[in-house]
Design a protein around this ligand. Structure first.
Ligand code: HEC
Length: 142
């Protein structure tokens, strides 16, 4: 009985460390960061602003959804990190692009940015989106 315990602990530790397994503590931090810093524009349920594909009268784009209906999941982790940290500025947007997406580098730590992106990614659960994203991430590494 006692001898099996270390093995159980090892299996648990290994399964918790696999690359795809979301870390619950990180997701919880990300949920807090999202509510405080992102929800006002991207929506409490990640639904984005109404009519998000149509430009506003001032020519800027509304905040897109971060759920599967948007295109956030089309981007590599590196690009999502960079946009969140620096905003929609070159090289992530064309020069002169006017955007309401703020950069959060002055307010959030890198860990908080990674946490909020992990929280967002935890909403991409359909097989279709997960498979497509795995393909995008594979290509982004080349
Ligand atoms: C003041 C409103 C506002 C807040 C707050 C805000 N965003 Fe945005 N965000 C936008 C807008 C507007 C866009 C589209 C900008 C564009 O294309 O010019 C955008 C775009 C993005 C994109 C690019 C999505 C894509 O598919 O191209 C990411 C990633 C993003 N936001 C993440 C975040 C995160 C994470 C937070 C919170 C830490 C956040 N945003 C907070 C307004 C906001």
């Amino acid at each position: 009985m006692m001898r099996s315990l270390p093995w159980m602990a090892l299996c648990w530790a290994l399964s918790a460390c696999t690359a795809d397994a979301p870390d619950p503590a990180q997701i919880a931090t990300g949920a807090r960061v999202y509510e405080q810093h992102c929800a006002a524009c991207h929506g409490a349920k990640l639904e984005g602003q109404p009519n998000w594909r149509a430009r506003l009268p001032n020519g800027r784009l509304p905040a897109p959804p971060h759920d599967e209906s948007g295109h956030t999941w089309h981007h590599s982790d590196e690009l999502l990190f960079a946009i969140t940290k620096h905003g929609m500025v070159p090289p992530y947007a064309p020069p002169g692009h006017e955007s309401d997406m703020p950069g959060f580098g002055d307010r959030l730590t890198d860990e908080e940015i990674r946490a909020v992106l992990a929280f967002i990614a935890s909403h991409w659960t359909s097989k279709q989106v997960r498979d497509a994203r795995a393909e995008i991430l594979r290509n982004a590494r080349h």
